[in-house]
Design a protein around this ligand. Structure first.
Ligand SMILES: *Cc1c(COP(=O)(O)O)cnc(C)c1O
Length: 382
């Protein structure tokens, strides 16, 4: 059966995206993009300002924080944050337990920023007392960066505990909250950070095309001339936007319009409690259902963020991921391969405009697919 013929698809006839992004968006979010706006259009300027204010509200940033949007995917704004906040004479501690932490080290290699790493296995959260030891031993480290939810596995890192350690050593704290932002609380009144980055197309359920940095104003003010790149200079992007309310370079107008609508829906759903609550529900249905089918999760439940779940590949000789993936896709559900070194895995996301119906839906499809493929045992290879 092709995707087109399947009756249980999204309202626009697309497969449900159970991935780390881009994600399924609401019909209204897609609808909001059906307009042309000039870059100086007064409606665009108004929703752009509202979008920026709402983003600051999500971290309870008040007057101390500003939101600076940036064209591109999430990685663009990660690179912009590192290049803007970490100067050529600074030194960054990168906390790594997955691909996104590793990518930040790669970025630093490209842009010439000095760094050290603290690396743990992909199924082990960052250890705050190790961070404490490293900062205590190296006073030349000026900044620390952490990944809130490492999307490689879906593991939740202890951002608050590490934040306390970083604040205790009086260093600057940067957070890649990309896949958690809006679904897992990140309150600037509880966690002392100078910058957090995320993007339009993850838990805030907009369309892809822009990221944003929520920056402590007093820290951002110190970053003039730091950036390695004209287009990725968050200081200049901020100053220019404050000056005339416009973007420095062509704004992704349809993405902004969609994202503005997505933020309104986010608030209507009850913000982090509502959005995070729905994702927790999705995650619970998924994990319980998969375990019932015999699958094993990589992570114990207390390390698992309700964002994306990593399952161990069944040891059954009939299981072939590409075949499994194709069969699920043809029945309207897109899942995701794993990218781990510790184990052979695949992933299923809980985020985007999906709820219990889709989670039960994918479980039903998995059950019939396993039967069709002749898989009797879903336990991982020993
Ligand atoms: C999605 C994501 C990014 C950005 O990825 P892009 O593909 O560039 O959007 C960065 N960090 C984390 C933790 C992510 O989940």
């Amino acid at each position: 059966m092709s995707v087109e013929q399947n009756p249980s698809l999204s309202p626009t006839g697309d497969a449900w995206l159970l991935t780390p992004g881009p994600l399924t968006t609401s019909p209204q979010v897609k609808q909001a993009a059906l307009h042309d706006y000039g870059s100086r259009d007064h409606h665009l300027i108004a929703i752009n300002q509202e979008m920026r204010d709402l983003l600051v509200d999500i971290v309870h940033g008040g007057d101390d924080f500003v939101a600076v949007p940036l064209q591109g995917s999430g990685t663009f704004v990660v690179e912009a944050m590192l290049g803007t906040f970490v100067s050529k004479t600074d030194k960054l501690l990168i906390l790594i337990n997955g691909a996104y932490g590793t990518r930040m080290a790669k970025i630093c290699n490209y842009i010439g920023r000095d760094y050290v790493t603290l690396e743990t296995a992909e199924n082990v959260p960052v250890n705050p007392s190790e961070v404490d030891r490293i900062l205590g031993a190296d006073s030349s480290i000026t900044h620390v960066v952490i990944v809130h939810c490492e999307t490689t596995t879906g593991i939740l890192n202890p951002v608050a505990e590490v934040g306390k350690v970083v604040a205790g050593h009086n260093r600057s704290y940067l957070i890649d909250a990309m896949s958690a932002f809006g679904a897992i609380a990140l309150d600037s009144r509880d966690i002392r950070f100078d910058a957090v980055v995320a993007s339009s197309n993850k838990c805030l359920e907009g369309t892809p095309g822009m990221g944003f940095c929520i920056a402590r104003k007093s820290a951002l003010e110190q970053t003039c001339h730091n950036a390695h790149s004209l287009t990725l200079d968050l200081y200049e992007q901020w100053v220019a936007m404050e000056k005339n309310a416009q973007w420095r370079f062509t704004p992704p107008v349809q993405v902004i319009a969609s994202f503005h609508q997505a933020l309104k829906e986010y608030i209507a759903e009850g913000g982090v409690e509502g959005r995070g609550g729905r994702y927790q529900g999705n995650c619970k249905i998924l994990v319980e259902g998969m375990r019932k089918l015999g699958f094993e999760t990589l992570l114990p439940d207390d390390l698992q963020a309700p964002i994306i779940v990593t399952f161990l590949t069944p040891g059954d000789a009939h299981f072939d991921f590409q075949d499994f993936y194709d069969r699920l896709r043809d029945q309207g559900y897109i899942i995701y391969p794993g990218k781990l070194t510790v184990a052979d895995t695949f992933r299923i996301g809980c985020i985007g405009r999906v709820g219990p119906e889709q989670m039960h839906g994918v479980l039903n499809v998995i059950q019939t697919t396993l039967n069709e493929m002749g898989i009797v045992n879903c336990a991982a290879a020993a």
